[in-house]
Design a protein around this ligand. Structure first.
Ligand SMILES: [Mg+2]
Length: 124
């Protein structure tokens, strides 16, 4: 993997994440535990950890950015969700870019801007 300090969202292909997670899992012989059910549950557990950080709090973005420990914890939990999601994508041999493109096309039709705009539903 590239030096982590070199990575950012503009220069990192999804294939790099997929390969890195695959190597991490294989080196530890964890693939036997990575069933679809276990990975979906792991995604939910990590999403729960992310949710717990905000439970009964109503932070604004500025509050989070001014609390470096909270920002780090939120970033870590988002990464945990993403890592398990990538592992599930690897297991199922999915192409995330194709899945994204197809689903966004469905979302654009389902939530077209003539009917859905600024939180208001205009369909009669
Ligand atoms: Mg976690």
């Amino acid at each position: 993997m590239n030096d982590i300090s070199e990575l950012n969202d503009s220069n990192t292909p999804i294939s790099l994440f997929k390969e890195n997670v695959k190597m991490f899992v294989n080196k530890r012989n964890w693939i036997k535990y990575h069933t679809p059910k276990n990975l979906v549950q792991a995604i939910n557990c990590e999403a729960g950890e992310l949710s717990q950080l905000l439970l009964f709090k109503d932070y604004r973005k500025e509050d989070i950015w001014n609390d470096k420990k909270l920002l780090t914890n939120i970033s870590d939990e988002i990464a945990d969700v993403f890592i398990y999601l990538i592992s599930l994508i690897n297991l199922l041999d999915l192409d995330l870019s194709q899945a994204f493109e197809k689903k966004m096309e469905k979302n654009n039709k389902k939530y077209n801007t003539k009917e859905f705009n600024n939180g208001i539903y205009y369909k009669k």
